[in-house]
Structure formats: C-alpha cells, structure tokens
Design a protein. Structure first.
Length: 402
C-alpha cells in the first residue's frame, strides 16, 4: 500500500476484523460493558478516510465499471424503494453494513493494495479460521442449538462451515512456508469440522473446487491423487473412522439426501419454496421491493405457508428481488467477467510458485457457489473482497519466497 506503514498496518487489521464481523455494531462483542465492535469500526472508518484522501488517480477497467455501477445502483435505488414498500430493521442494518464496510473496503483494495497487503489480510483471516476451529474443538463460546449443529460466538452453522472451508483453501493454496505435515493435519481438521457443521453448501462448494482443481491439473497430480485416494480408502476400510465422524455434530445432515434410503426432502423442499417465491417476485416486482423486504413480500403469496427465512438464500435472486432486475444484470455481468479474469490470471502465472492467483480463483469459486446456495448480500462481503483482489492491476506474485 505504501501510504504509511503504521496506517496500512492498522487498516489491514481493522479491515480483517470488519470482514470477520460483518457489522458496524455487534452486540455479541461486549466485554465488561464495552463493545469492541465500536472501537474496530471507528478505527476502520478513520483509517479508510486517510487512505481515500491519498487517492491520486483511478485506473478504469470494464470490470471496475460494472462493479461501481452495481454499487451505485444499490445505493441509489434502495431509498426510493423504501419510500414505496417501507423499511424493516433487518433491511436497514443489512444495507448500511454493506455500504459502510464492503464498498469502501473493496474500493481501497482495488486502488491501494499490493501483493503483501493481500497476503497479509488473508493470513489474518486464516487466523480467524484457526480460532473458530479451536473454539469448536474445545466447546468454548459454543451456542447450543436444538438441531445439534455448531454455532460459535453466535454465528450460525453455515457461516462456521464457510470459515472451515476457507481454512482448507488457504492452507492448500496460499504460498506459505512449506510444512506439509502441519498443513495435512489442519486441512483434515477443517474438512472434518466443515462436515460436523451440518451445512451442505460449504462442503459441496469445497468438493466442486477440488474436482475442478483435479480436472485442470490431472496430469501433474495424478500419482499423488491416486496415492492419497488409496490411503484414504484404506483408513475408511480398516478403521472405525467413518462411524466415529458420523456421530459428531450433524455430519449426517450433509449427506441427508444420499445416505438414507429414500432420502429426506425437507431442506430440498424449502429451497424449492425459496426459488418459487423469488421467481414470482421477479415477475411481480421487476424494479425490486427494497433491501430487507423479501420475506414480507414473499409471504404475501401464501399466508398458509409463511417463510421463516429473511432472504432467498441465493445472492443473485436476492439482488433481483430487492434491488431490481437491472441491478441483477449488472451483478451477473460482473461475476462472469471476474470469473474469466481470475481463471486467466491463474493460468498466466501458473509457473510462479509464489502467485496468489490459484488461491484467489478457487476461493472465488468457493464463495460464489456458497452465495448461490445459501448466501445473502451482507454475507457476501468476502466475495467482493476477493473480486477486488483479482482486479488489482499489479501482479500478485512474490519475487522471492515469502
């Protein structure tokens, strides 16, 4: 970033915390009567102002134009739709958390971050994954749930599963000093606890990422993949490992529709209802209903079957329903462009061992799949952070081992 070493350091710390928390104010972070989230937000805003003041020129690209138009559409159309359809507390909080955290963070990363800043922020987030793993293993700060799924520090099992998936990808792809046994151990733990969370979205996204990784690197890793598969199969056949894992948390829920004869369609039916009402709203309200109003409008279609969910568990449908089809089209174009850009940069820098692009590409795919299965706009802040890192014009590679 090279603005001021101390300012840059403070901003990266505060930004990492805001990505993890996702809220300007979080009642869960009160310690002895003082709310830590207030201090973090103040530091984040002050450091952001100083960095914005240092902007001298902005390099315009087509991807950046679509991103800025998407942000502008959300900011401009929301107050208008609220005057028509009203504003719920959930929608107001979601809107301001996204506008005050995700948008400034994304713009600063685009214009000021270099390879060191990008690596540092993801190492800090990896530290969060380790913290959540430790709390899950020890049972500290776990919020009891009737369904047996893991909830740490008040965060839901889906969020916990995502951070476990992030830990897997970071340890596998980030160019860190090679400690193979350490990586294998903690990658295994992250995968196990991703399963234990009982959230199918993160685990499914992980499987898709590694299947794609296998597909594009098949010749290079075939022998290692074969040996790993044989070793894994041997463990499952000769030990009670699979049975022991199945007894923890809600591992069975991840394989609910395939592990039981006849399956269970409870969650599948819920997803169908979410999609059905979202498509109905798309036709009824093409310009959107305003941030946070999805649940209210969706329940107007069937008063005998009220939806308990505040959002449709699909980022694209949420954007279309709450901010309009035009905003949704902008998001779709942006997603397509970033996906191609991320893949192209990964291939172009394929021979550099210290490139961040493989990590960014597979993390982008992981987060994108999650956002389409169970995500919301505020939950997708890390998705936009990754997108902004991919769009940085300077190559995200190290000249020497770091």
């Amino acid at each position: 970033m090279k603005i001021n070493s101390l300012l840059s350091f403070v901003f990266v710390l505060a930004a990492s915390a805001e990505i993890a928390i996702g809220r300007i104010y979080d009642e869960r972070l009160s310690i002895y009567g003082f709310n830590l989230s207030i201090l973090i937000s103040v530091v984040f805003f002050i450091s952001s102002i100083f960095i914005f003041a240092s902007f001298k020129k902005i390099i315009i690209t087509s991807s950046k134009v679509y991103l800025l138009l998407f942000f502008a559409s959300i900011v401009l159309i929301t107050p208008i739709l609220w005057t028509v359809y009203g504003a719920e507390e959930y929608g107001v909080l979601k809107f301001f958390n996204f506008v005050l955290i995700a948008i400034p963070l994304t713009l600063i990363i685009l214009e000021k971050f270099d390879v060191t800043d990008v690596k540092n922020i993801f190492i800090l987030l990896l530290g969060l994954s380790f913290l959540l793993l430790f709390l899950a293993v020890t049972g500290l700060f776990e919020t009891p749930r009737a369904d047996g799924r893991i909830s740490i520090l008040g965060g839901g099992p889906i969020i916990f599963g995502r951070w476990m998936g992030f830990g897997v990808l970071a340890l596998f792809f980030l160019p860190l000093k090679r400690k193979i046994l350490f990586r294998i151990l903690f990658i295994s733990l992250f995968i196990i606890y991703c399963l234990i969370s009982g959230s199918r979205g993160p685990f499914t996204a992980l499987i898709i990422c590694f299947l794609f990784y296998l597909f594009i690197n098949f010749k290079k890793i075939f022998l290692r993949f074969l040996l790993f598969s044989c070793a894994l199969l041997l463990v499952f056949l000769t030990t009670n490992f699979s049975k022991d894992i199945s007894k923890l948390g809600r591992t069975d829920r991840v394989f609910l529709n395939v592990s039981k004869k006849g399956g269970s369609n409870q969650s599948t039916q819920t997803r169908y209802e979410l999609l059905d009402r979202s498509f109905k709203m798309m036709y009824s309200f093409p310009i959107g209903v305003g941030a946070g109003n999805w649940q209210v409008k969706a329940n107007e279609y069937d008063s005998t079957h009220l939806m308990a969910h505040e959002y449709p568990h699909n980022l694209f449908l949420e954007i279309i329903n709450e901010y309009g089809i035009l905003t949704g089209i902008l998001l779709l174009i942006f997603i397509i462009k970033i996906s191609f850009t991320a893949f192209a940069k990964m291939i172009n820098y394929n021979n550099k061992n210290n490139s961040l692009y493989p990590f960014l590409f597979f993390l982008w795919i992981f987060l994108l799949i999650n956002s389409m299965i169970s995500g919301s706009l505020n939950d997708s802040r890390l998705l936009f952070v990754v997108a902004s890192c991919i769009m940085i014009s300077k190559p995200l590679t190290f000249k020497v081992n770091a």
